[in-house]
Design a binder for this molecule. Structure first.
Ligand SMILES: [Fe+2]
Length: 242
C-alpha cells in the first residue's frame, strides 16, 4: 500500500484522527509515486485545487492574499509553463532553435514556481504542530536541534535579496537536510535537493496584510506550518532516492 492508498483508507476508517483534515485533500493531489501531481496524462501542467478554503489560514494568511496568490501568481506560472513547453516543441518541430534558450529559461522559472507553490499550500495548516519521529531525528542530526533549524530557515527566508523562497530540502547526495535561499523560483538551488518545506517571501505572499514587514510575515508563518506534511514529504524523498 503506498502513501496515497494509506491516507485514503486510514481516513475512511477513522484511524487518522491525528492527521489534519487537509491531509485527505492532499492525498488526492498526489501522483502514484506519492509526489505532487503537477502534470496531466499528456504532460501538460495542471494546478491542483487548494487543500482548504481561502479563509482556512486566517488570521495569519488573509483570504484575499490567498485568493490572489493561488489564482493569479501560482495559476499564472502554470499557464506560463504550458506556453513555454509549447514554444519549445514548436521550435523543435520547425527546426528553428534561435529562441529556444529563451523559452527554456522561462520554463525553468515557471515550472519551478509551479513546484514550489504546490508544495507551499500543503505545507500550511490552521493548526500548528511540531516535528516528531524521523523528521525530528533528521533535523537534530543536520542542524543540532529544531530551534536551530527554525532560526536558520527564518533568517534565510527573511534575508532573500528581492523575491524568492526559504527552503528546507532533503539532499540525497549528502543524506542530510539542507536550508537553501532561493532567488526568484529557480536560482541558488543544489542539484538533487528535494524541497520538503518552502516559505514564499515574494511580496505577493504578504504585502496586503504585512505591508513591508516581511520579518513579521515569516514569524507569523511558523504558526501555520504543517510539520506533519513536512514529515510525509521527507518520507517520500527518502523513498524516491533509495
Ligand atoms: Fe508566491
Amino acid at each position: 500500500m503506498n502513501r496515497k492508498d494509506f491516507l485514503k483508507s486510514s481516513t475512511l476508517f477513522g484511524a487518522a484522527a491525528l492527521i489534519l483534515p487537509t491531509t485527505s485533500a492532499f492525498a488526492e493531489n498526489l501522483a502514484d509515486n506519492s509526489i505532487d501531481k503537477l502534470v496531466d496524462a499528456n504532460g501538460n501542467y495542471i494546478q491542483q485545487t487548494l487543500p482548504y478554503s481561502e479563509t482556512f489560514l486566517e488570521p495569519y494568511m488573509d483570504a484575499e492574499t490567498l485568493h490572489l496568490h493561488y489564482t493569479f501568481h501560482h495559476g499564472g506560472a502554470v499557464k506560463g509553463a504550458n506556453k513555454d513547453l509549447q514554444m519549445i516543441k514548436k521550435a523543435l518541430d520547425e527546426n528553428n532553435l534561435e529562441t529556444v534558450d529563451f523559452w527554456t529559461k522561462k520554463l525553468s522559472y515557471h515550472f519551478s514556481s509551479h513546484i514550489l507553490h504546490s508544495i507551499f499550500w500543503t505545507n500550511l495548516t490552521n493548526k500548528s504542530n511540531l516535528p516528531k519521529g524521523d523528521l525530528l531525528k533528521r533535523i537534530e542530526k543536520s542542524f543540532g536541534s529544531f530551534d536551530r533549524l527554525k532560526v536558520l530557515i527564518a533568517a534565510t527566508a527573511k534575508n532573500v535579496d528581492g523575491n524568492g523562497w526559504g527552503i528546507v530540502a532533503y539532499q540525497p547526495y549528502s543524506d542530510s537536510l539542507v536550508v537553501l535561499q532561493c532567488e526568484n523560483h529557480e536560482k541558488l538551488t543544489q542539484w538533487g535537493a528535494i524541497p520538503i518545506l518552502v516559505i514564499d517571501v515574494w511580496e505577493h505572499a504578504y504585502y496586503l496584510k504585512y505591508k513591508n514587514k516581511r520579518t513579521d510575515f515569516v514569524d507569523a508563518l511558523f504558526n501555520i506550518i504543517n510539520w506533519d506534511n513536512v514529515a510525509l514529504r521527507l518520507n517520500d524523498a527518502l523513498k524516491l532516492t533509495l
